[in-house]
Ligand binder design. Structure first.
Ligand SMILES: N[C@@H](CCC(=O)N[C@@H](CS)C(=O)NCC(=O)O)C(=O)O
Length: 211
């Protein structure tokens, strides 16, 4: 199987996680930002992630990919619904988290941004969605303070985390987006959660790329 992704994309990270959790081999293929033709040929629109199955058919939608791969072999990881409180927390926290992450994603070293054209296409896409990225970057201190306060609410979940469940497909991609923020003041429990889920899922943190 082949998974078509952007490295920075949280939905792609979500789809990647199940392959690590289930020790299921997958070939990763990075689609360049600005490449409309490749994903449109596969699923009729410009979107990632896309799973290319061994029979040559394509599947979009991160959570559909998770459930499909989860059902292929072994005990299911994502059979139960995600923790509702964490789902709600992720919705509330993601505003400030993506305002921190997006300006940095546009400048970071990702394979899908390896050409000037691809980086320009991505930057334009995010400006259309988020407005002036330099202004967002300049407000980092306030967004960091807001996020640190919000993270305190899930500290008990992070401290007691022991076993991967559906909840991790919601929470980890959001928290991992924060790891692109250089020197973000993660609590020890949050950092341990990120490192543990990253190791089990084989989805790398962005810490080495942080800006
Ligand atoms: N519901 C989809 C959302 C996927 C999505 O929004 N992916 C973004 C990349 S992070 C995308 O493809 N955006 C359109 C684009 O690249 O123009 C899923 O869960 O897979």
């Amino acid at each position: 199987m082949k998974l078509h992704i952007y490295q920075h994309c949280p939905f792609c990270n979500r789809a990647r996680m199940i392959f690590g959790f289930k020790n299921q081999p997958v070939e990763l293929s990075v689609i360049m930002e600005g490449d409309v033709e490749t994903p449109t040929r596969m699923v009729g629109k410009k979107v990632v992630p896309i799973l290319e199955k061994d029979d040559g058919t394509y599947m979009p939608e991160s959570m559909d990919i998770v459930h499909y791969v989860d059902g292929l072999q072994g005990d299911r990881v994502a059979a139960e619904p995600a923790d509702e409180a964490i789902v709600e927390w992720s919705k509330q926290a993601s505003g400030a988290i993506y305002k921190l992450a997006i300006p940095r994603f546009t400048r970071a070293d990702f394979a899908e941004l390896a050409t000037p054209e691809a980086r320009a296409a991505y930057t334009q896409r995010e400006i259309a969605a988020f407005g002036n990225l330099e202004e967002l970057q300049a407000q980092s201190e306030a967004f960091i303070a807001e996020t640190v306060e919000k993270l305190a609410e899930i500290e008990p979940y992070l401290q007691s985390f022991s076993k991967v469940s559906t909840t991790e497909f919601i929470l980890f991609p959001v928290l991992n987006s924060l790891s692109i923020v250089k020197d973000f003041p993660f609590s020890p429990a949050c950092l341990a959660y990120l490192q543990k889920v990253s190791a089990l899922s084989k989805v790398p943190l962005f810490i080495e790329k942080a800006l």
